[in-house]
Design a protein around this ligand. Structure first.
Ligand code: ADP
Ligand code: MG
Length: 608
């Protein structure tokens, strides 16, 4: 019944308890190119707790890999001996044994890979959930794009880049045990067969490793650039696709296509470079390997060595190269994954500025007194103050209207009341509690908000109105009641499926006025003591607004209401009217409003 069943089974406390520590963020694309064989332990530390929590499939996967390597090591001497066997029966028997061992190897290697993938994908799932949880806890300022945050690519980081992290984790898990096991086993066999040849091979392999490490470094830079450019494409799409109506209305399809093409083209070259480099590395490795094999083969045939031993040695060497390649791949994967990991965790590694005090107060009910004391606020250090030593005292149960020119800071005042930002100086009190001492949950339960641009989600009407109870049980009676009050019930009942009608992404299947009435109903559903209507009726026609206004009048009796509006009639519902201008409030006498002193009202942005 819950729209998010998977959420219930997740213990968010457990997930958050995985702390994200010791994190510095770098600008990787600005880093100078340097060749180093050391990995920054930082990114591994970030993902380590998530990997550790998947120890079960990891352990099973490693056991499978041990069995697989063991059977492989049993095959090699038999293959070598095969060339000396002349007896047909023995040959056949050896063939059977090799066949069975090979089958064991294949089956085990299948399970090894599946289990390790399972661990990686599960770990990434947990990382995603944790990061998303922390992203939602970030300050509103982050989402409003202050301080140059590009919010557009958050979705990309949590989806595509996080998937790359799965590849990294897999490579890591596959290297730590399976590849090392195979490497060690094959190396031992080679040394046993011929120490001299082993030494020669070791030297050739080291050379090969150095060369590919150099390429790996290059690959990492290139790959990071490719990721950044595709993130830009994704951010662009996130912005433009929801605005398709506007694009079409402006005949801008072609222009947008060109903008997309430019971004995609930028990505094209970066991606091509990445693939070229990625393809080149194994080819270099294989080239070196072929040369070594040829040298050994020719050398030993000239020296007249034991042929079966040479075969065994070469087989071991071929099988040794495989894990070495894996290690190299893992190293590259890790180097490439590092920026992705860091970008992902960067999203969650900031401490929000709006935080609860350790001993925050929970209050069951609030009378609704609101007090702003000398509150100053500005969005940036360099921008002018939006609110300047503003004072406001609203008694419990009072209705107050705020008017003022657009951009005057009305919405900002509301954001401060909800503690979406903290004031630079001054205090905001609710019922004589400083809101900074209240728990955020208390504050935001008792303050109901209807915003200027109504935010609705895809889902049914009932789910939207009962948004607060989304994960528990939506009270359908209450939904209908509030819809009635918000003057939405009538239009809802004309819809084909009533309250179960899906309203499309962002509520796009409804009109602006319908959306606003749903938003009002949603705010009433929580029965807040303090109700803030931030231009909540601006998209309603005069008649609908009147109906809503009448409904609100009934509601106003036992709650504090702050109405931000432009229409005089709406404003006149309030007991007191304030003009917000130049960061300060100034009360307008009702008589001035009722007399309709147009000149004085024009500057307050009122529509008469
Ligand atoms: P109103 O609601 O009265 O129209 P706002 O409170 O939305 O005005 O905006 C007040 C001022 O603050 C405006 O000048 C606006 O440009 C600025 N502003 C609003 N939000 C932000 C933000 N997130 N970052 C920076 N400046 C902002
Ligand atoms: Mg506003």
């Amino acid at each position: 019944s819950s729209p998010f069943p998977q959420f219930k089974s997740l213990n968010p406390n457990r997930l958050t308890s995985i702390t994200i520590r010791n994190h510095h963020h770098h600008h990787h694309h600005l880093k100078p190119l340097k060749c180093s064989l050391t990995l920054s332990p930082n990114s591994i530390n970030l993902i380590k707790p998530y990997i550790q929590s998947e120890w079960q499939p990891i352990l099973n996967g490693w056991i499978c890999s041990a069995v697989s390597v063991y059977s492989l090591s049993r095959i090699i001497p038999r293959v070598g001996r095969l060339s000396t066997v002349t007896n047909v029966v023995r040959l056949r028997n050896e063939g059977y044994v090799i066949g069975v061992l090979f089958l064991v190897r294949l089956v085990c290697s299948y399970f090894q890979q599946c289990l390790l993938w399972e661990a990686s994908i599960r770990a990434v799932y947990k990382i995603r959930v944790c990061v998303f949880e922390r992203v939602l806890k970030r300050d509103l300022g982050f989402f409003e794009g202050g301080c140059g945050n590009d919010v557009g690519d958050v979705a990309y980081r949590i989806t595509a880049e996080a998937s790359d992290v799965a590849d990294t984790i897999y490579a890591l898990l596959n290297t730590v045990v399976p590849s090392s096991l195979q490497l060690f086993t094959m190396a031992t066999q080679m040394v046993v067969i011929s120490p001299v040849l082993s030494l020669v091979s070791a030297m050739a392999i080291s050379l090969m490793a150095l060369v590919s490490a150099r390429f790996g470094e290059e690959l990492r830079e290139i790959s990071n650039k490719a990721n950044l450019s595709i993130a830009a494409v994704s951010a662009y799409l996130n912005e433009v696709l929801p605005a398709v109506l506007f694009v079409k209305a402006n005949n801008a399809e072609y222009n947008e296509c060109m903008r997309f093409k430019r971004l995609a083209h930028d990505d094209l070259y970066k991606r091509l470079n990445k693939k070229r480099m990625k393809t080149l590395v194994p080819i270099i490795v294989q080239l070196t390997l072929s040369a070594v094999l040829l040298a050994i083969f020719l050398g030993s045939s000239v020296a007249g060595s034991d042929f079966s031993r040479v075969i065994s040695f070469i087989t071991s060497l071929v099988l040794l190269i495989e894990p070495i390649q894996d290690v190299g791949k893992a190293y590259n994967e890790l180097k490439q994954g590092e920026p992705a990991i860091e970008r992902l965790f960067q999203l969650s590694s900031f401490e929000p500025k709006v935080i609860e005090k350790i001993n925050e107060v929970h209050v069951e009910s609030v009378a609704g007194e609101v007090k702003f004391c000398k509150v100053s606020f500005g969005y940036g250090d360099t921008t002018p103050l939006v609110l300047n030593k503003l004072d406001l005292h609203i008694k419990a149960g009072e209705t107050v209207a705020l008017v003022g020119p657009s951009g005057g800071g009305k919405t900002t005042l509301v954001k401060l009341l909800l503690r979406l930002y903290d004031p630079l100086s001054g205090h905001i009190l609710v019922d004589s509690h400083d809101i900074q001492s209240l728990s955020l949950e208390t504050l935001r339960t008792h303050v109901g908000l209807v915003t200027q641009d109504t935010t609705l989600f895809s889902g049914t009407i009932a789910e939207n109105i009962g948004y607060r109870d989304m994960l528990t049980k939506i009270d359908l009676e209450k939904v209908k009641q509030t819809a009635q009050i918000a003057n939405a019930a009538k239009f809802i009942e004309t819809l084909s499926e009533g309250y179960a009608t899906n309203i499309g992404p962002r509520g796009s299947l409804l009109s602006g006025g319908q959306r606003q009435r749903l938003a009002i109903a949603r705010a009433l559903y929580q029965n807040p003591s303090i109700l803030v209507l931030d231009e909540a009726t601006s998209a309603l026609d005069t008649r609908s607004e009147m109906l809503v206004r009448q409904a609100l009048q009934r509601l106003m009796k036992d709650r504090t209401v702050i109405v931000i509006a432009h229409r005089l009639e709406t404003v006149l519902m309030a007991e007191r009217v304030f003009l917000l201008k130049d960061g300060k409030l100034q009360e307008i006498s009702r008589s001035a409003l009722e007399d309709g002193q147009r000149d004085s009202l024009a500057s307050s942005g009122l529509v008469i």
